[in-house]
Every structure is written in C-alpha cells, then in structure tokens.
Design a binder for this molecule. Sequence first.
Ligand SMILES: Cc1cc2nc3c(=O)[nH]c(=O)nc-3n(C[C@H](O)[C@H](O)[C@H](O)COP(=O)(O)OP(=O)(O)OC[C@H]3O[C@@H](n4cnc5c(N)ncnc54)[C@H](O)[C@@H]3O)c2cc1C
Length: 278
Amino acid sequence: MLSEFGEDAKLLAGGQSLIPLMKLRYANPSHLVDLNFISGMSYIKEENEVLCLGALTRHAEIEASTACAKIPILHDCAAGIADVQVRNRGTIAGSLAEADPSGDWATVLMTLETQVGCQKGKGNRQLQLADFIKDAYTTALAHDELVSEVMVKTPPKGSGGAYLAFKRSAPVYPTASAAVQLTMEGEICKDAAIVLGCVGLTGIKARDAEAALRGQQITEKTIAVAVESARAAADPQSDMRGSADYKRTLVGSLVKRAIDVALRRARGEQVEVSHIYA
Ligand SMILES: Cc1cc2nc3c(=O)[nH]c(=O)nc-3n(C[C@H](O)[C@H](O)[C@H](O)COP(=O)(O)OP(=O)(O)OC[C@H]3O[C@@H](n4cnc5c(N)ncnc54)[C@H](O)[C@@H]3O)c2cc1C
C-alpha cells in the first residue's frame, strides 16, 4: 500500500506522535496505512540471547514484560514514557521511526547492541541502530519501507544498566536524560556505554566519558572524569524546557546517578528507579 499510495502516505502505529502532528497541521498525509489491522506484529520473544520486539509492541507491554525486565534499562525506559494513555498506545518501532530528538527509546537502545529489522515488500534488511537514525526526525527508511522488528542482544553476565530522565511532569518529553550500561569484571569496568538524550539532535554517545570508565575501577575520581566528559559532549539548545547551560548541568547529574544505579545492578543488586520529576 505504501508503494501504491506514494510518498504522501504515512504508516499509523500508536498514533501518539503522528496524530498530534496532524492536529497541528504539521503533517498532512494523503493516506494513512494503519498497521493495527495486521496481526502478528506485536510480540516479545527471546531467541538465542536476543530479545525480539515486534513493530507494534507497545511501551506498556514492554513495561509489564518479565523478559524485558531481565534488561532493567528497558523497563526504566518503558515505565517512564509519558503517562499510561500514551504508553498503552505508543510503540517502540514508531518511536524509532519518528526519531524525535527527545524520544527515549533511541537513547536507551544505543547503549545496547540493537538491530532494526526493516521490510520493503518481501525484502528484509537489518541495520545497526546507529546506522538507522541519521538525524533529528530522519532515518534510513525508504518511504515504502517499514520497521518490522527491533532486536536487542542480551547484555553479558556482570552487565547492568540504568536510564534516568528529568521531566517537568509525566506527560511531557524529558528536559535531559542519560542511559548508562556498564559491564563489570570483578572491580574493573570491562565495558561502558553512555548515551545522552535531549541534549543534541540525536542521542549523543559520550565516548570520552565511556573511555574514562573502561578498564578502570569505578571510583569517585573516575566517575567525576566521566561526568565532566559527558557534560562536554552534550550539545543542548535553549528552549522552553530550559537554557543550554541548565541542560548541560542537568545531564551531568543524570549521568552520575545512572552510573551509580548501573554499577549496583551490574553487581546483582535489585534497584528500582524512576525518572526525576520537577
Ligand atoms: C502527550 C505525549 C507525551 C509523550 N511523551 C513522550 C516521552 O516522554 N518520551 C517518548 O519517548 N515519547 C513520548 N511520546 C511519544 C510516544 O512515545 C509515541 O508513542 C512514539 O513516539 C511514536 O510511536 P507511535 O506508535 O505512537 O507512532 P505513530 O505516532 O503512529 O507514528 C510516528 C511516526 O512513525 C512512523 N511509523 C510508525 N510505525 C512505524 C513502523 N513500524 N515502521 C516505519 N514507520 C513507522 C509513522 O508513519 C509516523 O511517521 C509522547 C506522546 C504524547 C502524545
């Protein structure tokens, strides 16, 4: 149908980004192709250490899933998106396809090994998430191609992650957010992934911050270096959510807290977190 109707046709998933844009007249598609009529697109499966999420899997289903709870950073993300109404309708694939700079899923999934399954007619391809998201509101999808599945590799033993966002209230996008995934080998951090959200046109991989932790013991000193590097990597813009300086300070604090929770989880502790609300 997408091929038949051409570039002005749009897929409709949960409608939680597209419908508000249509109401504001920022989007005016000639046709809506409703994925909700296609059966079998909503599932959560574990296959050979890979968690497979169907395109129509809702945020709320991920929040409630015991399979997803094994990767706690996924639960942190799903449980913190907006409010119950949005989580009951919105989908993980719709969020990635929208590539909103303030969207939560891309930031979180960039700390994990994530592949995006794309389908065009009968043809399939798989892209690394980093290659799928090209820019703000821009992905590698062709107009007649859809996201069919999101595949997340289970992190290794000794790995723990955390996602924290600062929000003015529940049903709004975060002012800033930080996703951290640490893999520990004894006292040494074998690997670190740190991604900053809402402080750039896409999620920002804070490579210097990651390097400050990798191969090191996680101490107050190494955390301080990582936080400073994360603040330097942020590229925020001033807007109604706060000034660029404020967001840079905020993202540093979020990284610090997320490192603490990720480390405790990597050591096997059960830690419940929620976003921070103003
Ligand atoms: C009040 C409110 C608050 C919100 N707060 C947050 C928040 O804090 N954090 C957050 O991350 N999100 C937030 N959202 C957005 C929400 O998470 C959306 O669910 C999500 O961004 C889009 O998913 P959807 O399924 O609703 O997609 P839709 O709105 O149906 O579609 C969005 C776009 O993606 C395309 N699309 C959808 N599915 C596919 C697919 N399978 N393949 C290819 N293209 C596809 C559509 O054509 C459209 O262009 C909020 C939304 C609202 C209304």
